[in-house]
Design a protein around this ligand. Sequence first.
Ligand code: UDP
Length: 235
Amino acid sequence: MKEKQTILLKISGEFFKDNETIINNTKLIEIANQIKVLTKTYNIGVVIGGGNIIRGGTSTLKNVARTTADQMGMIATLINSLALRDQLRSMNVKVDLYSLIPIPTIARVYNINEMKNHLANNHVIIFAGGTGNPFFSTDSGIALRALETDAKAILMAKNGVDGVYSADPRKVKNAKRYDKLTYLQALKENLQVMDLTALSLLKDSGVTVQIFNADEDKCFIKALTNKIKSTKMTK
Ligand code: UDP
């Protein structure tokens, strides 16, 4: 049997938030349903951000150190990841949650070889805790995981924007939209697509990063079959 290709899905924490709760149940189920469908074709890794709870860099807690705020952010990604793990389990999807911050009573401690075995056996792998280090983001985390797993693509569902633009299209009317671009171009033109660390990690790789609107129904499935607008970034 032909080995399945690996793709990694990135969704920001913000996506799950609504006016009442940090994790909207309907949105959680919708994402899990898409993942279940995609496991038939791909080996899947998932990274969820923590922005629905806290982002270290924009924390307004005056007496909380940046490193602590970032730790809080990493724990926020774990909270979201736990919800997705249990949702997938309830749907009989084989799933393993790894945390890059070791917290063994709650999630598997990160072990590349073990993770890759599970991935090859078509378990969905959820990566929590970003890189495990402060001053990074989940973008850098997913870039590392893409290189480790020889992923074909990172699919990035963005809130309220259908691709990469030269400036925020909600603020700048004539912002240029890119259907395609290179990592070097994104770095040189300082495009706000992924953070610089993530772009630098990926710039010589064969990984494609595809960016599209998270608000589209079945966004990951449609992006993979080019049924929605997206930007594709390659080397
Ligand atoms: N974070 C971190 N190191 C990492 C990944 C995340 O310190 O490797 C912290 C950081 O404070 C970040 C927060 O966790 O702001 C949430 O992650 P991110 O901002 O990437 O989430 P998203 O914006 O995608 O929801």
